[in-house]
Write a protein that binds this ligand. Sequence first.
Ligand SMILES: [Zn+2]
Ligand SMILES: [Zn+2]
Length: 265
Amino acid sequence: MTLFIAIALSALAMTLIVGVRYLIVSAGFAWGTRLRHPRLYAGLDRQIRREIGWSLASAAIYGVPAGVVAWGWQNRGWTLIYDDVAARPLWWLPVSVLVYLFLHDTWFYWTHRWMHRPAPFRIAHAVHHASRPPTAWAAMSFHPWEALTGAVVIPALVFLIPIHVGALALVLTVMTIMGVTNHMGWEIFPRWLVRGKAGRWLITASHHQRHHERYRCNYGLYFRFWDRLCGTDAGIGAFGDDQSGVRNAGRRAATGGGGGTDRRG
Ligand SMILES: [Zn+2]
Ligand SMILES: [Zn+2]
């Protein structure tokens, strides 16, 4: 019984950490948005309340498996997470971060693409696309079924691929920040990066916004590798003064012909 309580407390603590982390990071970037583009979220109050509600539900779905695994790591020696930097070659630190991001991206690409099929879209993924246009609060705005597909990735990877606890923290930080900034409605990264050579392989808001406009393209999370390989990359968009392109991207595009005619540059 005490074992059960200990595990439940770890799951609860992790849920609180994920939820509070979401609130702080999203609030920070929403505040930055208000300074930079004061009218960008005008009239979206109801949508933002819905985004926060779904995201907090997702926090529990992410927090429970993560909390159970964290308990097992601390108390039972589960997982391949290590805390002594010298335990593995130094080069593995950056490589493990890239491997984790690539595998997370791979999982995300294929599950996301599958969720654009009519049935899973209707049942689960429509919640995420109900944000038109998405805001900094939409980072974890997923139906519980979709949140579940995302929640298992990192807890599964830590059993399969060794990673230093600091490198894992970096992966989680990248995940959190990119989740928020990709939905924020404006580009935070400099033009030389987004439009330069590296930008051909990296996903930022300019790339993911186009997914929210046109639906059946740009499915990736961090890298454009799978989109480019599979012919689903529709390039990057440019943000206009208003977001009418996203707002007008009708539901017809959601599961139907896709492609979209709403070219916005
Ligand atoms: Zn999205
Ligand atoms: Zn989608």
